[in-house]
Design a protein around this ligand. Structure first.
Ligand code: STX
Length: 318
C-alpha cells in the first residue's frame, strides 16, 4: 500500500481580498513548474491542513491549497455572511487567476468533493480532471441520515453526546435546533453546541470510531467555524436550487472530464450510495470502493488509492 509523501513546507503563501468582508489564505508548495492542482478541504469550515500536501509528489505537482471563507487562516473567522457555495466557486477562480494558472487538477474530499464537482461543472474548461473522496452531494437525504436519523443507529454512544445540548422537545429537527444555537447571541451555548456538533463528526469519520476522534474537533476555534459553517450550508441545502441540480449538471457537463472516485465501504458520514449515484451519472469516472475504511482521507486504503490516482494523473497530464 502506498503511503503519504514526506511532509513538505509551503514555498509561497498569502492572503487575497475576495469581498468587502473576507480575506482568504492560499499557499503553494511542490514544484513551481509542475502540474497545478488545487486541494479543496471538507466541512465546509474544516480548513486545509499540511497533510493535504502529502497526497502529491512534490517533484511533479505545483500544489495549491486554500482555506475557504471563514475558516483556517482566512478572516474573519467563522463568518457566515457572503459565504455560500457560489462565493467559494468564485474564490477558486480568483486564486487561479492570481497565480496565473490556466488549467488544473481538482482534488477534494467530502464537502471538498461537492465543491470540486460544482466548480468543475461551472468551469469545465479549467478542470483537467477530478480526484475525489468521500462523495457528498448535500441532498436532504444525506443530511437527514447524518444529522437526524440513520448514522445514529451505528453510533448510539456518540449520538447521545451529539444531541446533549438540545432539549428533548427540539430533537425532532436537530438541524434547526443546532442552527438556532450556532447563530444565536448566547456565546457559551454556541460553543457548547459547536463542540457537540463537531465531535459527532470527529467520532464517526474513521473505521476506528469514537476513540480515534482527532483532537481539534473539541478545540473552541476549530469547532466554532466547522459547526457554524457546516450548519449554515446544510440548513440552506448547499444553496442549490434543487436536490438534483448538481447531479443533473454532472450528467450534462462532465461526460468528457476524467475522474477518480475513492470511497470507504463503511463511510458513515457520507454513505457509499452517493458515490454510486455519482458513478452512474458520470461513467467516465473510476470508482474505487475501499474495504475496511470509513470517511477519513487518512484511512490507509483510501490514502493508497488517492496516491495511485495523483500518480496516474501526474503521468497523464504532465
Ligand atoms: N461534513 C463532511 C465533510 O466535508 C459533513 C468533512 N468531514 N470531515 C471533514 O470534512 C474534515 C476532515 C475536514 C474535518
Amino acid at each position: 500500500m502506498l503511503k503519504l509523501y514526506p511532509p513538505i513546507e509551503t514555498r509561497k503563501s498569502g492572503f487575497l481580498r475576495v469581498s468587502d468582508i473576507h480575506e482568504i489564505y492560499w499557499e503553494e508548495s511542490g514544484n513551481p513548474n509542475g502540474l497545478p492542482v488545487i486541494g479543496l478541504h471538507g466541512g465546509p469550515g474544516g480548513g486545509s491542513s499540511p497533510e493535504m500536501r502529502r497526497f502529491f509528489d512534490p517533484n511533479v505537482y505545483r500544489i495549491i491549497l486554500i482555506d475557504q471563507r471563514g475558516c483556517g487562516k482566512s478572516t474573519p473567522h467563522s463568518e457566515l455572511r457572503e459565504n455560500t457555495t457560489w462565493t467559494l466557486v468564485e474564490d477558486i477562480e480568483t486564486v487561479r487567476e492570481h497565480l496565473g494558472i490556466e488549467k488544473w487538477v481538482v482534488f477534494g474530499g467530502s464537502w471538498g468533493s461537492t465543491l470540486s464537482l460544482t466548480y468543475a461543472v461551472m468551469h469545465t474548461e479549467r478542470t483537467l480532471g477530478l480526484i475525489l473522496r468521500g462523495i457528498f452531494l448535500i441532498t436532504k437525504s444525506e443530511i437527514q441520515w447524518f444529522y437526524q436519523e440513520g448514522a445514529s443507529r451505528l453510533f448510539p454512544d456518540s449520538y447521545d453526546r451529539y444531541v446533549k445540548p438540545i432539549p428533548e422537545a427540539e430533537r425532532g429537527d436537530l438541524l434547526a435546533a443546532f442552527y438556532k444555537r450556532l447563530t444565536g447571541d448566547d456565546y457559551p451555548a454556541r460553543i457548547e453546541a459547536a463542540k457537540a456538533w463537531a465531535c459527532w463528526e470527529g467520532e464517526t469519520i474513521t473505521i476506528q470510531g469514537p476513540t480515534s476522534r482527532p483532537k481539534r474537533f473539541e478545540e473552541d476555534d476549530f469547532a466554532d467555524a466547522f459547526a457554524r459553517i457546516e450548519c449554515h450550508f446544510f440548513y440552506n441545502e448547499g444553496f442549490f436550487e434543487t436536490d438534483s441540480w448538481l447531479l443533473d449538471q454532472i450528467t450534462g457537463k462532465l461526460q468528457d472530464t476524467p475522474g477518480v472516485i475513492v470511497h470507504g465501504r463503511y463511510d458513515v458520514v457520507t454513505p457509499l450510495s452517493t458515490a454510486w449515484a455519482l458513478k452512474k451519472a458520470w461513467p467516465k469516472a473510476d470508482l474505487h470502493v475501499i474495504p475496511g475504511a470509513g470517511h477519513s482521507s487518512l484511512e490507509p486504503g483510501i490514502v493508497d488509492k488517492l496516491i495511485r490516482a495523483t500518480r496516474d494523473f501526474g503521468r497523464r497530464f504532465s
